[in-house]
Design a protein around this ligand. Structure first.
Ligand SMILES: [Zn+2]
Length: 137
């Protein structure tokens, strides 16, 4: 299969996935609304509800993030830039696109971006540990 045909197939996959996500999100949001309506005055219930809400809203957030990624991938299809790395401009290998159809960068650029953000996260952790040690003193 040529790259062109593969990319056409991936577009169909993205559109199907978008439809599935739309339905999932609608379901999650109506579940959230139902949970709010069933709320009782019990404190323990309220704590459990809060935890459940937290999980549900994380799920909704992850789903909407994926939905955004899919929408912009479909938009890139329309512009004819789908499958090009946003970091270096080279074509993203098909194997990567098949694994993550809404990938916007090649593995090299992704690694570079991730090593930057992981560095940031570990700096934050160091601060937390510094703080914990300061509390002990
Ligand atoms: Zn790249």
């Amino acid at each position: 299969m040529s790259r062109r045909e593969s990319i056409k197939k991936l577009r169909e996959q993205l559109i199907r996935r978008r439809g599935a996500l739309h339905r999932a999100l609608e379901g999650d949001l109506s579940l959230l609304r139902e949970l709010h309506q069933e709320r009782t005055g019990d404190i323990l219930d309220a704590a459990a509800d809060t935890m459940q809400d937290e999980l549900n809203s994380q799920l909704v957030e992850a789903e909407s993030r994926e939905l955004n990624a899919i929408n912009s991938a479909i938009a890139r299809h329309g512009r004819g830039t789908y499958g090009d790395c946003e970091g270096c401009g080279k074509p993203i290998p098909l194997s990567r696109l098949r694994a993550i159809p809404y990938a916007i960068d090649c593995i090299d650029c992704r690694r570079k971006a991730e090593s930057r953000s992981v560095g940031g996260a570990s700096r934050m952790w160091n601060r937390v540990f510094d703080q914990a040690e300061a509390d002990l003193v």
